[in-house]
Design a protein around this ligand. Structure first.
Ligand SMILES: [Zn+2]
Length: 639
């Protein structure tokens, strides 16, 4: 993908980062702040969502789109870790002070002004992920900044303290299943100003915000941090990209979105150049079910026989528009199709800019369609096949999206995909989604409270990284990884136990663990206490450092055994050099024949034999040098 002149195209990006806090209870009730993993729910609850008129007497566009999807919601609940608050049966309890303190610390680290009197607001949630239909949120801090490596300051618009939504488990037969254990977990939401002007800068800003959040008392597990990016170019519009799971995705996602926006503007210009008008170019949808029931295409005729409807829409003068590539492997047709998929539930659309042979349409079939729709070689037709209900919804989407091609880039929320592309998720919510929560009192952040937190602020993580790197002679990259794996505190603890070799600790926590995981070991069974026990054994000279991996591997397989048990079971003892010599001499004596034949080249096979007995009990280098000496002596003897 070619790079863009970001300044020339007027790129503006902003970030929105959500991070779960590690308080012991939830934000507005006293249920534990603890996900239940795959534990089976105790009961379920079914609810239906329906749109209501807003204060201005109109329906929210995004709300209607959600409603049109026609989804039901089932909530999965537990008896012991969910109360009536999550189920929207009681109003909120008092706001959790521990969570508030963590959030203030984050606000201060971001150089923001802490709000003295916070007001709880409601933010509408339309996808069913909050049973009461809104999330409680409050602005905690405003107008801060985070500084990048080269000194540029990225403005922080607001820091909010809010509740997490329920977690989506699955979608089945038009029902969304949400589990309520996550609902109400305290979150901070950090929103930057649109001060970011190139994709790499965006990656750096996201990384710095992530590092900064992870120096506070937050949940340091996969999925506890979620980042969204806002992207716009001058000729385009603000588009929100949700669910960016990895920092490394950011530059590609932004470049693809720039491409999409610029190409959509090109389409708009092209339509204008062709002299087309949005009210006349898109012709009335036509029911083709009867006229085309005997098509050669099995795909279509089978569908019709099973009771589905076939509709066509002619886009006059649109030749080539649906086929225009907006991003890699993503055409305007894909753009329309993915929106249709998301809203109507249909698998997609067929359009005449694609190779219709893929749908087994014969030339005769195509002629028939062209005839029915009055479509000529300058046009593009679109077909949809589905139940009447699906087709009705799909047509609405196609016409609306088609009309928007005369405007340029529609404002919307899109979902990040692993290949760097995005797909339609929902309409962009209007600004007026926040309204006061009538169930809550104002929450005060006193000056004394704020000053107290100020006194205990942790160091900036990028300074910590520099300090550690020079003090322990470890690459900065590795310290960063320690922070992002949530292991910095553990590293410090282990260093207290075993200060001799910081590099060994870091390679154990990062590389050894990654290697074991790759081998399918359940490394999540290894606790901090286990690491501490292992490094204590090492400190007391009871084991060699070669044994670390064996301990970790064994603990992964046997979660119920302690490190002490494992040591006994595996008979891991550090052996003396005297014992080592005995073992080597025995192995050499047993293999005189090989020695005579291969002489020094017998090192390899004999080393293997010796290691079978001493692996993990003594340094491999010592074994190798000792073996070499003994072989040399033996060879002299034999001559
Ligand atoms: Zn609760």
């Amino acid at each position: 993908m070619s790079d863009f002149d970001y300044k020339k195209i007027g790129l503006l990006c902003g970030l929105e980062i959500h991070q779960q806090l590690d308080s012991s209870t939830k934000l507005f009730c006293r249920c534990p702040n603890l996900l239940q993993g795959t534990r089976k729910p105790d009961f379920t609850l079914k609810r239906f969502m329906r749109p209501v008129l807003g204060e201005m007497g109109t329906y929210d566009e995004a709300m209607l789109t959600e409603y049109e999807k026609g989804m039901d919601v089932t909530y999965e609940c537990y008896n012991d870790v969910i109360c009536t608050y999550e189920l929207d049966e009681t109003p909120p309890f008092i706001c959790n002070n521990e969570a508030k303190t963590i959030a203030i610390e984050i606000g201060l680290l971001l150089n923001s002004n802490i709000i003295e009197e916070m007001h709880v607001c409601r933010k509408n949630y339309l996808d069913g992920s909050v049973p009461c239909g809104f999330q409680r949120t409050m602005i905690l801090a405003k107008d801060g900044y985070v500084e990048l490596e080269k000194g540029k300051k990225i403005g922080i618009d607001v820091v909010c303290l809010e509740e997490d939504a329920a977690r989506k488990i699955k979608t089945e037969n038009k029902t969304n299943y949400f589990r309520l254990d996550r609902l109400g977990i305290p979150l901070v939401e950090v929103t930057t100003k649109p001060d970011i002007n190139d994709p790499d800068e965006c990656r750096e800003a996201a990384e710095r915000l992530g590092l900064l959040l992870w120096t506070s008392k937050v949940k340091k597990v996969l999925g506890s941090i979620r980042q969204d990016i806002n992207v716009s170019v001058r000729a385009g519009t603000r588009v929100e990209i949700k669910g960016v799971q990895k920092l490394d995705w950011i530059p590609l996602l932004i470049n693809h979105e720039i491409s999409r926006q610029l190409k959509l503007v090109e389409i708009k210009d092209e339509l204008e150049k062709r002299g087309l008008k949005k009210d006349t170019a898109i012709q009335k949808p036509k029911d083709l079910t009867k006229a085309l029931s005997n098509m050669k295409s099995n795909f279509i005729s089978k569908g019709i026989k099973s009771g589905k409807k076939l509709y066509g829409i002619n886009f006059s003068g649109f030749k080539g528009i649906f086929g225009k590539e907006l991003m890699e492997d993503y055409r305007f047709g894909t753009e329309v199709s993915s929106k249709v998929k998301s809203i109507s539930g249909l698998k997609g659309i067929i359009h005449s800019d694609e190779d219709l042979k893929n749908y087994k349409l014969s030339n005769e079939d195509i002629d028939k369609i062209n005839n029915q729709l009055n479509s000529d070689e300058n046009d593009c037709f679109v077909l949809v096949l589905g139940t009447q209900n699906e087709v009705d919804k799909a047509i609405k989407v196609i016409v609306k999206r088609g009309k928007y091609s005369f405007e340029g880039v529609p404002p919307e929320t899109r979902r990040a995909l692993e290949n760097g592309n995005t797909e339609f998720l929902r309409e962009l919510h209007g600004g007026a989604r926040l309204y006061p929560d009538t169930d809550s009192q104002a929450i005060i952040n006193s000056e004394a409270e704020i000053n107290n937190i100020k006194k205990k602020l942790p160091k900036y993580p990028w300074d910590v990284i520099k300090d550690y790197s020079s003090k322990y002679e470890i690459e900065e990259r590795l310290i960063k990884e320690l922070i992002f794996t949530g292991n910095l505190d553990l590293f410090n603890d282990l260093l207290n136990i075993y200060p001799e070799n910081p590099t060994l600790i870091i390679t154990t926590l990062l590389e050894t663990i990654i290697a074991l995981r790759r081998d399918g070991k359940r490394v999540e069974n290894i606790s901090e206490i286990d690491y501490k026990d292992i490094f204590t054994l090492l400190k007391n000279n009871e084991i060699g450092k070669e044994a670390i991996e064996e301990f970790l591997s064994s603990k992964s397989d046997n979660p119920n055994l302690s490190i002490k048990d494992i040591k006994k079971e595996l008979k891991i003892e550090k052996i003396s050099e005297k014992d080592l010599k005995k073992i080597i001499t025995k192995v050499v004596d047993e293999n005189i024949a090989i020695l005579k034949e291969k002489e020094m080249r017998a090192m390899g096979p004999l080393m293997g034999e010796v290691m079978k007995e001493v692996r993990g009990k003594i340094d491999g280098k010592v074994v190798s040098s000792e073996l070499k000496t003994i072989i040399q002596e033996k060879l002299k003897e034999l001559k």
